[in-house]
Design a protein around this ligand. Sequence first.
Ligand code: GDP
Ligand code: MG
Length: 171
Amino acid sequence: RSGFVSIIGRPNVGKSTLMNRFVGEKISIVTPKAQTTRHRIAGILSSENYQIVFIDTPGILDPAYKLQEKMMEAMHKAVQDADVVLYLTDITESPDEVKSRISSLQLQVPCMLAINKIDLLKSAAGEDKEQTVESFLQAYQAFPAVVKILPISAQEGWGLDQLLAALIEYL
Ligand code: GDP
Ligand code: MG
């Protein structure tokens, strides 16, 4: 199997970190500062059974400025090229906001949702980590715009095997 996966989402949710994890090299710039990826950046993950081209994007912005408008264009182009769109969010973004952003994109291809930075719940929620993850997933119940929802930690590499397997199914 082979195909294109475009990674989209708000700035700073971990898109570049995730892509670097998948393709195994630092080709996408990761910073705590938002909007450091101005263009689309592609990385390839190959194995015996599949080849995936990941497209990292500048992220979904509110295009109030000319540069941001350009960056939104890059995002829309990446989405058009994709076999699957991977919408990345993190534990700080509200599910309602994520839902309305995904809906407004009116995607023509399957969209998978990954909730990143689950590792931060450890410190925030202590013993209740599982429950907090559960409540995030609950918030997306009956949201037909996404084909699957997966909690991950791009930084710690947690949940990425499951995410990869899920993506491959849609190539
Ligand atoms: P992008 O703007 O969506 O491409 O986000 P980046 O990949 O540049 O990451 C933004 C910040 O979030 C960086 O400081 C990353 O180190 C951090 N980050 C990314 N993934 C994780 C994660 O799984 N857990 C935590 N705690 N931080 C993360
Ligand atoms: Mg980035």
